[in-house]
Ligand binder design. Structure first.
Ligand code: ATP
Ligand code: MG
Length: 631
């Protein structure tokens, strides 16, 4: 089917369209009503239908593909690879579910999961789904404070943690962080269930509270736990946003709508059919991990690869080696991941047989054109930039190679996904922007299945965070975008990253892109800094490639300024350029432009608990003290 027809039907006849897609999953009781919009912007999909995410991810496949690989959990840190068929996964998840029940976890209870990318994290999620408990996975790289915030908001009955994760060969004990988080949090779950990988030999246990999974597992081996059927709109899980722009929100998802969105997108967006192999390099703690390491591929009867480790260890070919070994068809990663590889020898991209690899999807941050070209040329497969948010749960703007691939346009994630009634509107007037004009990216209600249903425990916050920005009732993405005459949309940055230079509105992305076209530049972050005369001026922080050549930082910095003037005009000219060794990013690889801006304006950089590498911020402080390389 043509993309145009598929999309048009999804927005013009949503009930017809989604009723058709709903047939992709198993319903215990079929939906009575496809869409209930009686209380906008809230909406309920597949009302009255009952289903279960775990049943759709595992049980429904047992008869046809019980012996097929379902999950391959690879750790280049411990050197351990675990291959699980659908039948193996069924056993492990049932055992895990029996353990949860033995700990009094029941339908509607929250369970916080704080684990690295290991198979048990997936068992725990699916076991919760099986019994109707609401999981909330917290990314294992988050510090105790981040964990405490989420515990207090979700108020879990149980916390599941691993003894430790590993990164770059170093053991990172989790348990001390769990203990510190529980000291800080006001809510305390009665039990902590520990998956002991044997990595942290000094781990201590709090008696009466901390339990070892291994011994409970033995006690419940071979247990079978009946599926708890849930009404389509009951909550399935919570996932907190990364907190790049402020206090994280507990994004709540439903059961039926999410299952349908996963089944539809794994097939039509990601081009994965039953029996095929998908490799997402995400952590299970992120939205991509939930949707395309766990639920999407499993609901779709595919094989999913889960990876613990760095993209460069044991060598920068590790991802492609895995693609060869398992015959990966669709790979999913992030621009940040690719930029790490870009600093390495491109010969690594050519060492393995990638004849089965058809697509590389990248999401999470703007994909700059030079990086897109580098990886497209290196791999020889199309690179699909796709735009989404924790809130949407699946791509909102993308191309759909599983349905009908439209031409890739570098710099743009492409066209709206089914069900997203997308508009770019003027921030002031709320009127739709004409092609080529910048504005705020919004979605008209109803949001499609799979998107958040509300903010956990806080409908008011759902309304005020997303639906209160314009006179019209629309979901604001809080991202700044521009559309071309063919409907291709480019994300220019977050609305609070927009720079206002003497009345001209500039997206940070435009300037970052321009600077990154210089071959010597590895990565750039652009911020608006207060200026008496112009309101704000653009300031650039950039890292250079390792083999950037002999030219001094000053020369490259001048070239950056020149390039921006040539491409975007004099108003966009960076007033200062700092060449640095590292840029501050969150653990999910997003640039912390807000903290950069605060430092440059001599303000407090704010909440830095999601910062990946504290050294990067020191580096910025030193650069600011030392003065710009140009300007
Ligand atoms: P918070 O909302 O708590 O501040 P966050 O927005 O960083 O956190 P996510 O939901 O993980 O948390 O990130 C979504 C954001 O990432 C989008 O709103 C957009 O700014 C950016 N993004 C994601 N994919 C793309 C893409 N393909 N191109 C450009 N930007 C993207
Ligand atoms: Mg956000």
């Amino acid at each position: 089917m043509r993309y145009e027809d598929f999309y048009r039907m999804s927005v013009e006849q949503p009930e017809l369209f989604w009723a058709e897609q709903a047939r992709l999953i198993h319903w215990e009781i079929p939906p009575q009503k496809i869409l209930d919009q009686s209380n906008p912007p809230f909406r309920r999909w597949f009302v009255g239908g009952t289903t279960n995410l775990c049943y759709n991810a595992i049980d429904q496949h047992l008869a046809k593909r019980g012996e097929q690989l379902a999950l391959v959990a690879i750790s280049s840190e411990t050197g351990i690879t675990r291959e699980l068929s659908y039948r193996d996964l069924y056993r492990e998840v049932n055992t895990f579910a029996a353990v949860l029940k033995s700990l009094d976890v029941a339908k509607g209870d929250r369970v916080v999961i704080y684990m690295p990318n290991i198979a048990e994290a997936v068992f725990a999620m699916l076991a919760c789904a099986r019994i109707g408990a609401i999981h909330s996975v917290v990314f294992g790289g988050f510090a105790a404070h981040n964990l405490a915030l989420r515990i207090d908001d979700a108020r879990p009955k149980l916390l599941i943690a691993a003894d430790a994760g590993m990164r770059g060969g170093k053991v990172i004990p989790y348990k001390p962080l769990v203990d510190a988080a529980l000291d800080e949090a006001t809510h305390s779950p009665p039990r902590v269930l520990i998956v002991d990988r044997g990595l942290d030999v000094q781990m201590t246990r709090v008696s009466g509270r901390d339990l070892d999974y291994a011994s409970l597992r033995v006690a419940h081996e071979d247990a079978e736990v009946p599926v708890t059927w849930l009404e389509s709109n009951e909550p399935s899980y919570l996932l907190y946003t990364s907190g790049t722009t402020g206090k994280p929100k507990g994004i709540q998802r439903d059961v039926g709508g999410y299952a349908v969105a996963m089944a539809m997108s794994i097939r039509n967006v990601f081009d994965i059919a039953p029996g095929q192999v998908m490799f997402s390099t995400s952590d299970v703690g992120w939205a991509v991990g939930h949707s395309y390491n766990v639920y999407g591929p499993l609901i779709g009867g595919a094989t999913s690869l889960l990876y613990e480790g760095l993209p460069t260890r044991p060598d920068p070919g590790i991802w492609w080696q895995l693609c060869e070994r398992y015959g990966v068809r669709t790979m999913f990663s992030s621009p940040t991941g690719i930029r790490v590889l870009k600093k390495q020898d491109p010969a690594w991209l050519k060492r393995y047989d990638l004849s089965k690899l058809k697509w590389l999807f990248l999401a999470g941050e703007p994909l700059d054109e030079p990086t897109a070209h580098w990886i497209t040329d290196g791999l020889g497969v199309p690179v699909i930039d796709n735009y989404w948010q924790t809130e949407t749960g699946w791509p909102a703007i993308t191309l759909m190679p599983g349905l009908d691939l439209k031409p890739v346009k570098f710099g743009s994630p492409g066209l709206p996904a089914p069900g997203y009634k997308m508009k770019v509107i003027d921030e002031g007037t709320g009127l739709e922007a004409v092609p080529g004009e910048k504005g705020v990216l919004v979605f008209e209600p109803p949001l499609p299945p799979g998107c958040l249903t509300t903010v956990w425990g806080d409908d008011e916050r759902y309304l005020s965070s997303y639906f209160s920005h314009f006179k019209e009732l629309v979901y604001s993405s809080l991202d700044w975008a521009i559309r071309d005459e063919n409907g291709y949309t480019t994300i220019l940055g977050r609305t609070d990253d927009v720079i206002n230079v003497a009345g001209h509105r500039l997206g940070t992305r435009e300037i970052e892109e321009s600077v990154a076209t210089l071959p010597a530049v590895a990565e750039a972050a652009v911020i608006g800094v207060h200026d008496e005369l112009k309101g704000q001026v653009p300031v650039v922080f950039a890292t250079l490639k390792q083999d950037a050549g002999v030219a001094g930082a000053g020369t490259v910095a001048r070239a950056m300024q020149q390039r921006v003037v040539e491409q975007l005009g004099g108003v966009a000219k960076p007033s200062r350029v700092y060449v640095v060794n590292a840029l501050p990013k969150t653990r999910s690889g997003k640039l912390l432009r807000r903290s950069l801006q605060a430092l440059a304006e001599q303000r407090d950089p704010g909440d830095l608990s999601t910062l990946d590498d504290p050294g990067a911020l020191e580096e910025i402080r030193r650069a600011l003290e030392r003065g710009p390389d140009q300007g």
